[in-house]
Design a binder for this molecule. Structure first.
Ligand code: NDP
Length: 243
């Protein structure tokens, strides 16, 4: 059987890297991407290749259409079409809306939401032709409830949730499943800005009594990539019972 190919955006560290490693262990061809930390992306490539699988690393901003088009062209040349797309790249912005510049707004919308459009738009035609494919979008509990001082971030993640539900309906007749994972607080560099006291208070609010692990998100991503073709259009919470 031909090897399957997964593309994970934002995979130089954190959840994206954990997901890429998970697929590597399962024998997929793995495509990883990031925009800033090329060294770490190359280290992730080495780690993935240690599982005797092929890995392509592509440096570029997934919020930019032309960059994504080049990435998909390169992937097609090396591996053919993509079987699983994990839209994971994301940034946060903490601060009052009234202090946010329109440049920061544009940056977060492009990185978190336009990137999902770009990669889905480029992946879907081949998936439709193959009558199979899985799209997993990494969202947040803030996209469901909204968070003070994270208005833009919440809006992008809420957008991903609606995008996932709508695209799932559009693609179900073509046997392509689209789901989103609404993560709670996961122990990655995205949360390293928090002071020790804030972290303790946060953990006290989480019934599971701890932050989630990137590997736990990776397990759910993989599960959605190979399990039931009847599970689609869902925003699945992974938050230790927090929300
Ligand atoms: P990290 O900050 O650890 O990793 C983010 C990744 O995205 C990095 O690989 C980063 O690489 C990449 N990235 C950022 N901007 C771009 C871009 N424009 N183009 C390509 N890659 C980019 O965060 P997490 O692993 O925690 O986050 C992963 C996803 O999970 C995000 O979508 C986040 O919103 C979501 N999430 C995380 C939660 C958490 O508590 N950690 C909670 C809820 C959701 P580089 O900087 O090198 O480009």
């Amino acid at each position: 059987m031909a090897k399957k190919t997964v593309l994970v955006t934002g995979a130089s560290r954190g959840i994206g890297k954990a997901a890429a490693v998970k697929f590597a262990k399962k024998g997929y061809n793995v495509v990883i991407n990031c925009v800033h930390n090329e060294d770490r992306l190359m280290q992730a490539k080495k780690d993935i290749e240690s599982f005797q699988t092929s890995c392509m690393a592509f440096v570029g901003d997934v919020g930019d259409w032309d960059t994504c088009a080049s990435m998909f062209q390169a992937v097609k040349k090396q591996f053919g079409s993509i079987d699983v797309l994990v839209n994971n790249a994301g940034i946060s912005y903490i601060g009052l809306l009234q202090d946010m510049s329109s440049a920061d707004w544009d940056r977060i919308v492009k990185t978190n939401l336009t990137s999902v459009f770009n990669c889905c738009r480029l992946a879907v035609p081949d998936m439709v032709a193959a009558k199979s494919g899985k799209i997993i979008n990494i969202s947040s509990v803030w996209g469901v409830t909204g968070a003070s001082c994270e208005v833009a971030y919440s809006a992008t993640k809420g957008g991903i949730n609606a995008f996932s539900k709508a695209l799932a309906k559009e693609l179900a007749p073509s046997n392509i499943q689209v789901n989103a994972i609404a993560c709670g607080a996961i122990d990655t560099e995205m949360n390293r800005w928090m002071e020790e006291d804030d972290l303790i208070s946060l953990v006290e609010e989480i019934p599971a009594g701890r932050l989630g692990k990137a590997e736990e998100v990776a397990d759910l991503i993989y599960h959605l990539a190979y399990k039931s073709n009847y599970l689609t259009g869902q925003v699945i919470g992974l938050d230790g019972g927090w929300i």
